[in-house]
Write a protein that binds this ligand. Sequence first.
Ligand SMILES: Nc1nc2c(ncn2[C@@H]2O[C@H](COP(=O)(O)OP(=O)(O)OP(=O)(O)O)[C@@H](O)[C@H]2O)c(=O)[nH]1
Ligand SMILES: [Zn+2]
Length: 289
Amino acid sequence: MLEGIVTKAIGGFYYVAVGDKIFEATLRGRLKRDEKIYVGDRVKLNVLGESKAVLEELIPRRSLLFRPSVANLDKVVIVFAISQPEPNPLHLDRMLVLAEYSELDIIICLNKCELNISDSKKELFEVYKKIGYPVIFTSAKEGIGLAELDQYLRASLTVFAGPSGVGKSSLLNALQPGLKLKTGELSVKIARGKHTTRHVELLMYGKNGFVVDTPGFGNVRLDEIPSELLPNLFVEFKQAGNCRFQDCRHVQEPGCAVKKAVEDGVIAKSRYENYLILLKEALEVKKTW
Ligand SMILES: Nc1nc2c(ncn2[C@@H]2O[C@H](COP(=O)(O)OP(=O)(O)OP(=O)(O)O)[C@@H](O)[C@H]2O)c(=O)[nH]1
Ligand SMILES: [Zn+2]
């Protein structure tokens, strides 16, 4: 049997990449009953003909992300634009929390960097570099930073996420022109969106990599993340040392090391403020249960 990776699932057919070849596979009856197969799943195939196969076996998955539903993801490239649309740090922190919760390797990409960058905006993103995230300034338009981004994408399964219009599809096209992803103005895309459903699809990247271009999602909520885990998902909080109370939420508790670190300028105030907003949100979700 051949081993491959599911790149697309539509109407009962599974498209499975084996090397650079794609097989169209149907599910063995037993699998149909017992398992749901996701894009990104590694599977075993029984080949029937030139490009047809039966999907016989699911290899246990390492992980499963929802929205988009993709199995076995390694990395996320969180894309924002320097401008047009303006970057929203709360949205970025929200996505970072989700990505940390999903245990993905994270790369922050700031696209449209050929547009004028004010110093205050540069500082905004310095914060993320300082806490250890790779931050790459790119321009899909002028080919800036692409080689650096490319290094992260080889031999991994990576999802591109970020608000609509920041240039995710443009970046992927610039990195690998063969992809020919649709790009364009928001209004045009929304009009098109009414007529077509976009499926999650893995796109081959180089020899051993895959990328997923997600339709821009808006302000994702953190519904499924338990509020007590939130402090761990702000990675720099862990460096602040021990609070007096082990279950400190870093809000008003005495002897809080995180609050002290914010006062001392070790933890960025902007990050801490966003933490408080997201904590409040997570606690509200809990109340409605
Ligand atoms: N100035 C500038 N414009 C860019 C750059 N990259 C993309 N754009 C433009 O930004 C707009 C949106 O680009 P897309 O690649 O469609 O954005 P997207 O993030 O894939 O958007 P969604 O598919 O809606 O999530 C297009 O008009 C692009 O031409 C860049 O580096 N600089
Ligand atoms: Zn604390």
